[in-house]
Design a protein around this ligand. Structure first.
Ligand code: F6P
Length: 362
C-alpha cells in the first residue's frame, strides 16, 4: 500500500530556523508513516512546471544549524498580489486551482505552509480552495498574532546585539552619535529587543511617532554630562511625528510589498545638523536574516515542525502551530492573520525600557 503524502514549502523572506522546521516536519512525519514532498521556491513550486523534491530523514539530517532554507523561497512571484503595506494578497482563482490540482495529482493529503502573515493568508485561500493546509508562523519581525513568538526573531535580535557591541567601541572612541537601522517592517520588536540588549540609548519604533528635536536634545544632554557617544537604534518602519514612512520603492517588477528603508540615513543627517556632533549610520539589512540560527531558534524551529505534523495527524486543517506558555498547540490561521502584532505603547516592556532612561523620541 502506498504511503500517505504530506507536502511542505517555505514561503516569504527567509529566516534562520527554517531548516530546523523542515527537519522536525520530515522526522516526525516519517515516524508516523508519511512520505514528504518539499515544494521548491515557496508556492511557486506548486505551479507549472511543478517542482519538488522528496524529503526523507537522510536529506534533512544535520541541516537544523544552517540558515536559509534548503527548499528555496520567494516573497515575489505568481502568488503575490499585494503591493501596499498591510494589504492581504488576493490570489487569482486560476492560480489557486492550479496549485490544488498539483496537490491532488501528487496525492498530497496535507500541505504544511511555513510563512509570515502574507504567506499564511495565501495558505488560507488554498484551504478555502480545497487543499488541506497547516501553517507554521515564520518571521524575524515577531509580528504574527496568536503565537507568543516564532523562530528567527531571536537570531535577528542576536545580530543586532552583536553589531551594537561592535559599534559602541568605535562610537565611543570617536565621540560620535551612531544610528543603526534595523528590520521589522511595521513592528518595532527587533529594534526594541536588540536595542535594549545591546545598550542603545535611544530606540525609535513604528509604534511611537518620534520628534527629532527630542532625540537631539537627549543626545546634547548626554554630551553635557560627559557621555561621549550616543547609540540610536531606529526600526525601518519608524515614522517621525512630522514626517512619513521611508520607503525605497516596490520590489522588482513592482511585485510584493513596498520596501522600507532610509530612515537611518535621515535620522543621522538630522542628528548631526541639530547637535553639531559627528554622526554615522549603519543599515544592518539582510545580515539580520542571514547566518545560522541561535540555539533557541533551532529548538523552536524543530518543535514548530513536529507541532505541524501533529496538527496534520489530528486533521486540524486551516490551523497554524501556535507557541504559548512553552507548549506547541494550534490556532485558526484566520485568527493569526487578522492583523499584525505590534509593540503595545503602554506595555510593561516599554515601561521598563523608559525606567532605565531609554529615549523613544516622544
Ligand atoms: O519580513 C521580514 C523582512 O526581513 C522585513 O523585516 C524586511 O522589511 C523585509 O523582509 C525585506 O524583504 P526583502 O527580502 O524583500 O528585501
Amino acid at each position: 500500500m502506498s504511503r500517505k503524502r504530506i507536502g511542505v514549502l517555505t514561503s516569504g523572506g527567509d529566516c534562520p530556523g527554517l531548516n530546523a522546521v523542515l527537519h522536525g516536519v520530515v522526522s516526525a512525519a516519517t515516524t508516523r508513516g508519511y512520505e514528504v514532498l518539499g515544494f521548491l521556491d515557496g508556492y511557486e513550486g506548486l505551479l507549472n512546471p511543478v517542482r519538488y523534491q522528496r524529503l526523507d530523514p537522510v536529506s534533512v539530517s544535520h541541516i537544523s544549524h544552517l540558515g536559509g532554507t534548503i527548499l528555496g523561497t520567494t516573497n515575489r512571484g505568481r502568488f503575490v498580489a499585494k503591493v501596499g503595506s498591510g494589504q492581504k494578497p488576493v490570489i487569482d482563482p486560476q492560480i489557486l486551482r492550479q496549485a490544488k490540482d498539483a496537490c491532488r495529482g501528487l496525492g498530497i493529503h496535507a500541505l504544511i505552509c511555513i510563512g509570515g502573515d502574507g504567506s499564511l493568508s495565501t495558505s488560507l485561500q488554498l484551504q478555502k480552495a480545497g487543499v488541506n493546509v497547516v501553517g507554521v508562523p515564520k518571521t524575524i519581525d515577531n509580528d504574527i498574532l496568536a503565537t507568543a513568538t516564532s523562530f528567527g526573531f531571536d537570531s535577528a535580535v542576536s545580530c543586532v546585539v552583536d553589531s551594537l557591541d561592535r559599534l559602541h567601541t568605535t562610537a565611543r572612541s570617536h565621540k560620535r552619535i551612531m544610528v543603526v537601522e534595523t528590520m521589522g517592517r511595521h513592528a518595532g520588536w527587533i529594534a526594541l529587543h536588540g536595542g535594549l540588549a545591546g545598550g542603545a540609548d535611544s530606540i525609535l519604533i513604528p509604534e511611537i511617532p518620534f520628534h527629532l528635536s527630542k532625540v537631539a536634545e537627549f543626545a546634547k544632554e548626554r554630551a553635557s554630562l560627559g557621555l561621549a557617544s550616543t547609540m540610536i537604534v531606529v526600526a525601518e518602519g519608524a515614522i517621525p511625528a512630522k514626517g512619513h514612512l521611508s520607503t525605497i520603492g516596490a520590489g522588482l517588477r513592482g511585485q510584493g510589498e513596498v520596501r522600507l528603508g532610509g530612515i537611518g540615513a535621515h535620522v543621522a543627517q538630522e542628528m548631526e545638523r541639530r547637535t553639531g556632533q559627528e554622526t554615522r549610520h549603519v543599515v544592518l539589512g539582510h545580515l539580520q536574516r542571514g547566518g545560522n540560527p541561535t540555539a533557541l531558534d533551532r529548538i523552536l524551529g524543530t518543535r514548530f515542525g513536529v507541532g505541524a505534523v501533529e496538527l496534520v495527524v489530528k486533521k486540524n486543517f486551516g490551523h497554524m502551530v501556535s507557541y504559548q506558555n512553552y507548549e506547541m498547540g494550534g490556532v485558526a490561521i484566520a485568527k493569526a492573520v487578522a492583523r499584525i502584532r505590534t509593540v503595545p505603547p503602554k506595555g510593561q516592556f516599554l515601561h521598563h525600557a523608559r525606567e532605565i532612561g531609554i529615549c523613544f523620541g516622544d
